[in-house]
Design a protein around this ligand. Structure first.
Ligand code: MSP
Length: 643
């Protein structure tokens, strides 16, 4: 039995999980599920990256300890993964002792073998990305000095360095000799270009505690913590047992895939391989970098308010359609565009129409005309030309799935499965079983229905890793057991057992009809007002209930650049996270807000304020110069209705 170890990046725990995080994790989940179906022993690891400056700052702003802060924020990821039915075998948090201990051992070992040394650093530091930078890294105008950029500081301090530079030529040779190591090919060329066009410098792997204390302490110098990337990357080996359990470690390592987004290519294809080389550990087989999800044509960014929240789609369409869309829509490696229109279009076309229709047609026909049982299969069922062609299309989908799984182009595999689905719908139209049902000789009818049911069975196996819940439902309805399918069976004809009772033909994917855009509420004329001027002194209860007031919890707050009064808040409203712009900066400091329970108008039309999207409005009481937030008396969950 072969083993299959797959990882996702570990996510910064401070971020709210969005579609980008969901995508990498889902992709890993789908691949892990396929490999389990192939009979591989599979280990799928994801987790959170919990150290660093931003966590420290957020915790301080909330007035809680860093540990309390990360213990709370990690739940957002764990909840989303549970919702998305992610089948990770482990979840690593870099604050766990099983990880920190290994990082410290690695550091000590590298110091002992002179792979790490201490030196004075005098250069530029990017406060935003928490990295040391050279002038070349910065997009400077002619004659501009780096410290003219607001986030760049000159820093002079002693630090510890990893001798990364000495591995430059070795790494170039390794990448050239192992074309599978960085995928897709154009990403390999990107890393090679980076390595061949400049001298690789040593990597600063420490931060003095005077600047940052939330990190793994260096085992040989208590005045420093470990640079967050040097800590985070080690998770890939600390969890499967490096330096703790040799046998387990050797079973899983080297990993088959590190899945990453294109934004973290250098850390994974330059830092990580040189670190492993220095440790004497073999390299992972493939680092695969996927592209970005864009919002239409634009980069998703919190400040533009165009970040897609997976929860919105899961709630509106269910988990499986969301999983399906992400897998089918992105050509692996390339960027892909997420728009609501595309989502609805694909949902209705592929799922409601093609697959959903096929499912309910087949089940309904069997229910109505074959006594609700899988019909007898005629001995020569596959002899007909139409049956042969349809079965060939189905088997082409099986082969394509196998091929594209290897080539990391699942979108193409899924496409081929849908081609088989469409071929089966066409086959039913040609054979017209509703007419065959009226004949005395039921053999042609049974041949049609058995063939279509077999195609549906194969389709349900191929799409099982992508849509586990819906495909399980379909399989149970076809009279199969509810265990994950065995991929071997997808190659075989005649697996469905005649006489087996089928389940009720439910609707797998109800067609999605967009709700009509709400008309702006008509203003009622006040009949007593004879001059026709609207009377603002009273409103009806109806008017009031149109305003949705809800409790919300402030997660983060920051000042909007170039404004005096505006703060940008991320607030939690029940399951949902929203962004609000509020003109309260003269009355509240941003760092005092996280954790507060406020009241917001939740159904206000989203609008941009100073170019920043605001999805609601908070309530405050103002008299003269004094402004105070409206809050709730005592404990109440966020998302509670106020009124
Ligand atoms: N903590 C580091 C990774 C350490 S791994 C040892 C990190 N975390 S992150 O929270 O910023 O998540 C990064 C990953 O999220 C990206 O590599 C990518 O997988 C995913 N994405 C974030 N935004 C994305 C899109 N808009 N589209 C697709 N994926 C992107 O970096």
């Amino acid at each position: 039995m072969s083993t299959f170890y797959i990882t996702t990046p570990i996510y910064y725990v401070n971020d709210l999980p969005h579609i980008g995080h969901a995508y990498t994790t889902l992709l890993a989940d789908v691949l892990a599920r396929y490999h389990r179906m192939l009979g591989d022993e599979t280990f799928f690891l994801t987790g959170t990256d919990e150290h660093g400056q931003k966590v420290q700052e957020a915790a301080q702003a909330r007035g809680v300890s860093e540990q309390v802060h990360v213990d709370e924020t990690v739940q957002r990821f764990q909840e989303l993964w549970a919702k998305l039915e992610i089948t990770n075998d482990d979840f690593v948090r870099t604050t766990q002792e099983r990880h920190t201990r290994v990082v410290q051992e690695v550091l000590q070992d590298l110091l002992d073998r002179d792979e790490i040394y201490k030196a004075e650093y005098d250069g530029w530091y990017d406060v935003k990305s928490e990295t040391f930078v050279t002038e070349k890294d910065l997009d400077l105008a002619e004659g501009q000095s780096p410290d003219e950029l607001p986030h760049i500081k000159r820093i002079k301090e002693a630090n510890y360095f990893f001798r990364m530079g000495k591995y430059q030529q070795w790494l170039i040779d390794y990448i050239k000799e192992h074309p599978g190591f960085i995928q897709p090919d154009f990403r390999r060329n990107e890393t090679l270009g980076f390595l061949e066009n400049q001298a690789l410098t040593d990597l600063c792997i420490s931060r003095p505690k005077t600047r940052l204390s939330w990190g793994i302490e260096l085992p040989f110098d208590a005045d420093y913590v470990t640079y967050v990337w040097f800590d985070a990357l080690v998770n890939y080996i600390s969890v499967p047992g490096y330096r703790r359990d040799e046998e387990t470690f050797n079973r899983w390592w080297p990993a088959e895939y590190h899945l990453i987004g294109k934004d973290i290519l250098t850390t994974h294809t330059v830092y990580w391989p040189t670190m492993l080389k220095a440790m004497g550990v073999p390299l992972p087989k493939t680092v695969f970098a996927h592209g970005w999800w864009l919002s239409g044509k634009d980069k998703m960014s919190k400040s533009d308010g165009n970040v897609v929240n997976p929860m919105d789609y899961i709630e509106a369409f269910g988990v499986d359609p969301f999983r399906y869309f992400l897998m089918a829509e992105m050509a692996l490696g390339q960027d892909a565009s997420f728009t609501h229109e595309n989502f609805v279009k694909r949902y209705n076309a592929d799922l409601a129409n093609d697959l959903g229709n096929l499912g309910s047609r087949v089940l309904k026909m069997i229910k109505a005309n074959c006594g609700g049982r899988i019909p007898e299969v005629p001995a020569d069922a596959l002899a007909g030309a139409e049956e042969k062609a349809l079965w060939a299309a189905t088997q082409a989908a099986v082969s394509k799935m196998e091929e594209t799984l290897e080539a990391m182009r699942l979108d193409l595999g899924i496409n081929e499965v849908l081609t088989a689905v469409r071929a089966c719908n066409k086959y039913l139209e040609q054979r017209a079983p509703w007419k065959q049902a009226k004949e005395d000789d039921k053999t042609p009818l049974y041949q049609t229905m058995y063939t279509a049911a077999e195609v549906l069975r194969v389709v349900s196996s191929l799409l099982y890793p992508v849509m586990p819940t819906k495909m399980r439902e379909l399989r149970v309805a076809l009279g199969l057991d509810d265990a994950a399918p065995d991929i071997e069976h997808a190659r075989q004809w005649g697996v469905l057992v005649p006489g087996t009772e089928i389940g009720p033909p439910g609707i797998l994917f109800p067609r999605h009809v967009e709700e009509k855009k709400q008309e702006p509420p008509k203003q009622e004329k006040n009949v007593e007002n004879t001059e026709g001027v609207q009377d603002m002194s009273t409103i009806t209860l109806d008017d009031f209930t149109r305003i949705e007031l809800k409790t919300a919890e402030v997660l983060t707050a920051e000042r909007i650049e170039d404004t005096e009064k505006l703060l940008k808040l991320q607030v939690k409203v029940g399951e949902e996270t929203r962004q609000l712009v509020a003109g309260i900066a003269l009355h509240y400091a941003a760092e005092d807000l996280p954790g507060r329970k406020i009241v917001i108008v939740a159904n206000l039309k989203p609008r941009k304020v100073f170019g920043v999207m605001s999805e609601g409005m908070l309530l405050a009481a103002r008299l003269g110069d004094r402004l105070r937030l409206v809050t709730v008396d005592g404990e109440q969950e966020s998302g509670a209705r106020v009124g």
